[in-house]
Design a protein around this ligand. Structure first.
Ligand code: HEC
Length: 256
């Protein structure tokens, strides 16, 4: 191929790739990095934050979102005792099968029951949310890149839409962290939406941080165990390395 033509082609390809990259980058804002107490090899969940976060989930998010892998008894993991869990479960009604006539019946929930979803099925959930499906939140922190930072940014990042942005339909809000910008979830948090029993002021940032930590726990309740096991193995390998080194020196000492 003609050398000059090759160069022009190369330049054209570079320009197209370059502008595509800027376009993609401009579309979603990168969530700012935050420090989370459960990050890092020594990170632990902050139980007080998890309990406040569960309160936000239960009183706010659960009116639209399900958490199908959460059973009431799992809440022992955020530090709730058995009596509290029992009383909490009893606030909810679940459908059970079946009475003596073979009919499903309703009863108060028990600790072994799953946290009841707000809608009976996806169609009902979409119908109530302008056609958009509020996703199940059980694994959402794992399902999104840099899940904690993203969810915190999403919950606190609602803004006025840019002047040239055209909403794709009714009832959408502008959020620069959501891919495409327009999100069918109205801003879910506002100041003092919940009342924390521990007296923590319920600012939007506080509730967003608490519920994000709760969702992180929900997507990996056994994280602390995993890290403890990892540390034990590291220690074991370290001790073993020392032993082998001493042994090696002992064997070689005879040859020197
Ligand atoms: C009024 C109903 C409603 C409430 C309340 C609500 N959401 Fe949503 N949420 C939605 C809908 C609808 C979507 C889907 C948005 C879309 O696809 O445009 C959504 C999407 C999400 C997403 C997924 C975003 C993504 O990347 O796909 C997260 C995370 C989320 N909500 C978290 C929360 C949290 C945390 C709360 C509680 C503080 C909450 N939501 C409260 C309706 C709600």
């Amino acid at each position: 191929m003609n050398r000059r033509l090759f160069r022009v082609l190369l330049l054209a390809v570079a320009m197209v790739l370059g502008s595509a990259a800027t376009l993609l980058a401009a579309e979603v804002e990168e969530p700012p990095a935050r420090d989370w107490p459960h990050e890092g090899i020594f990170g632990r969940y902050d139980k007080a934050a998890l309990q406040r976060g569960f309160q936000v989930f239960k009183e706010v998010c659960a009116s639209c979102h399900s958490a199908r892998y959460l059973r009431f008894r799992d809440l022992a993991g955020i530090g709730l005792d058995q009596a509290t869990i029992k009383a909490l479960a009893a606030e909810f009604t679940v459908e059970d099968c079946c009475d003596e006539n073979g009919e499903p019946f309703e009863r108060p929930a028990r600790p072994a029951d799953r946290f009841p979803p707000p809608y009976p099925n996806d169609q009902a959930a979409r119908a109530a949310n302008g056609g958009a499906l509020p996703p199940d939140l059980s694994l959402i922190v794992k399902a999104r890149d840099r899940g904690e930072d993203y969810i915190y940014a999403l919950l606190t990042g609602y803004e006025e839409p840019p002047a040239d942005a055209e909403p794709p339909g009714e009832g959408v809000s502008w959020n620069p962290y959501f891919p495409g910008g327009w999100i069918a979830m109205p801003p879910p948090l506002m100041e003092d939406l919940v009342e924390y029993p521990d007296g923590t002021p319920a600012t939007v940032e506080q509730m967003a941080s608490d519920v994000t930590q709760f969702l992180a726990w929900l997507s990996e309740p056994t994280m602390e165990e995993r890290k403890r096991t990892g540390l034990k193995y590291m220690l074991f390998v370290l001790v073993l390395t020392g032993l082998f080194y001493a042994y090696k020196r002992k064997i070689w000492s005879r040859l020197h």
